[in-house]
Design a binder for this molecule. Sequence first.
Ligand SMILES: NC(=O)C1=CN([C@@H]2O[C@H](COP(=O)(O)OP(=O)(O)OC[C@H]3O[C@@H](n4cnc5c(N)ncnc54)[C@H](O)[C@@H]3O)[C@@H](O)[C@H]2O)C=CC1
Ligand SMILES: CC(C)CC(=O)C(=O)O
Ligand SMILES: [Mg+2]
Length: 356
Amino acid sequence: MKKIAIFPGDGIGPEIVDAARLVLDAVDHAAGLNLQCTDGLVGGAALDAADDPLPEASLQLAMAADAVILGAVGGPRWDDLPPAKRPEQGLLRLRKNLDLFANLRPAQIFPQLLSASPLRPELVRDVDILVVRELTGDIYFGQPRAAEVLDGKRRAYNTMVYDEDEIRRIAHVAFKAAQGRRKQLCSVDKANVLETTRLWREVVTELAAEYPDVHLSHMYVDNAAMQLIRAPSQFDVLLTGNMFGDILSDEASQLTGSIGMLPSASLGEGRGMYEPIHGSAPDIAGQDKANPLATILSVAMMLRHSLGNEPWAQRVEMAVQKVLDEGLRTADIAAAGEAVIGTRAMGHAVVKALQL
Ligand SMILES: NC(=O)C1=CN([C@@H]2O[C@H](COP(=O)(O)OP(=O)(O)OC[C@H]3O[C@@H](n4cnc5c(N)ncnc54)[C@H](O)[C@@H]3O)[C@@H](O)[C@H]2O)C=CC1
Ligand SMILES: CC(C)CC(=O)C(=O)O
Ligand SMILES: [Mg+2]
């Protein structure tokens, strides 16, 4: 028996998680996984219910689980709160408390969706990028942070900080990932301007000696953002800090056609958390329009990384390929004039494509 904690969150979170749950339940039943799934509150839903975006009960639920599935958090209802009190803090604290320092965000091309990419098909056809993003450090967590009034003037600051151990452990993850792929590792920083990322570059370079089979290169983040659009197939594994990885992975999602296609695994030494890379999409929440495939592909990553079930991970991924082959599209991945189905119908379609 494995325990799965499920945090649907806010906005489209409950919709995409419900669609992914259809797939997870079907796999559980067919593969005899004997999963015990329990829902919990995080984000705005938790703020509303318990005045805390990560109530103690939710943290305990996650800590007791073998794996966690999370939809998305945040939304305009909580926009007036200062950053440190918003729903997003619940997610950040969950990642930190579970020590999920490695966020794997694969950006793969689905050939069926080449026409959905804003880039020319010949530019994206061969794209297969793994963004390895550090997830528990950097400016999202650094202290001090404050918004204050000084000499009658409003000012605010955050702190970008990494120590060498934090850099080393995420770099090891990236080097190892590159070894299992095309052995090209590009580390992204802003070492020309920032001390933090100068240390990042130093530490990553030191580690390269332990991975002689991996070709390491370095790129400034502004150039990396440009190269992702100019010639994205040059990248294999991209190693980044927390903020740069957040931004570049949203950008990379567009190569595939939609942010609704990109799953992620947030890993540490213990249990993993599986979440689509996108947010709570308030503009389409509650309308059965959201693409649940990123969340369903995150379930596949959970089967692979936390449940040790590669065959079923691949079956879920193949089922996603099949629904795309069949021309089934949510609005975000539909070409002009193409018929569109809703979130829930897409979940059912993936279950059907599993051919159980
Ligand atoms: N992991 C998380 O929980 C994250 C939460 N957020 C939060 O989400 C809220 C909205 O943030 P935004 O900047 O608008 O980013 P977003 O990722 O929620 O949405 C950006 C755009 O992508 C579209 N989109 C996102 N996911 C989609 C899906 N599955 N299917 C179809 N279209 C999709 C949205 O409709 C929107 O037009 C904010 O409160 C933000 O802080 C943002 C990013 C990550
Ligand atoms: C805390 C989240 C809102 C940060 C984010 O955008 C992400 O992890 O993709
Ligand atoms: Mg993000």
